[in-house]
Design a protein around this ligand. Structure first.
Ligand SMILES: *[C@@H]1O[C@H](CO)[C@@H](O)[C@H](O)[C@H]1NC(C)=O
Ligand SMILES: *[C@@H]1O[C@H](CO)[C@@H](O)[C@H](O)[C@H]1NC(C)=O
Ligand SMILES: *[C@@H]1O[C@H](CO)[C@@H](O)[C@H](O)[C@H]1NC(C)=O
Ligand SMILES: *[C@@H]1O[C@H](CO)[C@@H](O)[C@H](O)[C@H]1NC(C)=O
Ligand SMILES: *[C@@H]1O[C@H](CO)[C@@H](O)[C@H](O)[C@H]1NC(C)=O
Length: 185
């Protein structure tokens, strides 16, 4: 009786191990899939911003097409393919920041858009860039107040907003930015 059970349970065990291995394999695959999905989300967010810019700016960003942004003009990624740097200084960009979905870039370290023709406000959702070290929006036509949410960017070392049309007072929340070593307002 015992050996009978053994004979039945051996193939069952083998089957279980195979099922377990394929479960692990599918788990490993879905982790990679999540990275790909995240890269695609970042690409979509960049393209959404691109179409909000004026026609001439869009033609300057002609390399911005497809689903993987890592080789696009002004964009760099980390090894996992996530965007860490958006650096487009002096690139003749005209438009606003309203359509840039900042929450799509959890790994962004640098956002440099200085010496362009950006106008409109600094959106409060810029505070979603939780890993940002460098924010340079200087030499544009940005107006309105500095949003207090900039104080949420606790990793900032470099903040440049000078040479715009900003008004109002400097938010008290900037005192939260303990790592700040360069500040141009
Ligand atoms: C941009 O280009 C599209 C199509 O080429 C045109 O319909 C539209 O009027 C242009 N917009 C501006 C602001 O030039
Ligand atoms: C971002 O890219 C610019 C242009 O390639 C480069 O000068 C800068 O050092 C980069 N920043 C980071 C944090 O890698
Ligand atoms: C911007 O680019 C133009 C030419 O592409 C150059 O002449 C100018 O010096 C640049 N300005 C800055 C501030 O880098
Ligand atoms: C800012 O806007 C004014 C007019 O509204 C324009 O003359 C000027 O060239 C703009 N500056 C930049 C950097 O876009
Ligand atoms: C992004 O920022 C806005 C404004 O500060 C906030 O309401 C929103 O919850 C944030 N979204 C994410 C996904 O963090």
């Amino acid at each position: 009786m015992a050996s009978h059970i053994f004979l039945l349970s051996t193939p069952f065990l083998v089957f279980s191990l195979l099922a377990y291995a394929s479960f692990l394999a599918s788990f490993a695959y879905s982790a990679t899939g999540a990275e790909v999905a995240n890269g695609r989300k970042e690409a979509e967010a960049l393209l959404e911003w691109k179409v909000s810019l004026d026609n001439q700016s869009q033609s300057l960003l002609s390399s911005w097409a497809g689903e993987s942004p890592c080789n696009w003009f002004g964009i760099s990624c980390d090894k996992s393919g996530s965007v860490i740097n958006i650096s487009l200084p002096n690139s003749s960009l005209r438009g606003t920041l309203n359509s840039l979905r900042f929450s799509s870039f959890p790994n962004l370290i640098e956002l440099t858009l200085s010496y362009n023709s950006l106008y409109g406000y600094v959106p409060s959702h810029i505070g979603n860039l939780s890993n940002l070290n460098i924010l340079d929006l200087s030499f544009n036509n940005i107006s309105g107040n500095i949003p207090s949410e900039i104080g949420n960017l606790v990793s900032l070392t470099h903040l440049a907003l000078s040479s715009n049309k900003l008004t109002g007072t400097i938010p008290v929340s900037l005192e939260n930015l303990r790592s700040l070593s360069v500040l141009y307002l």
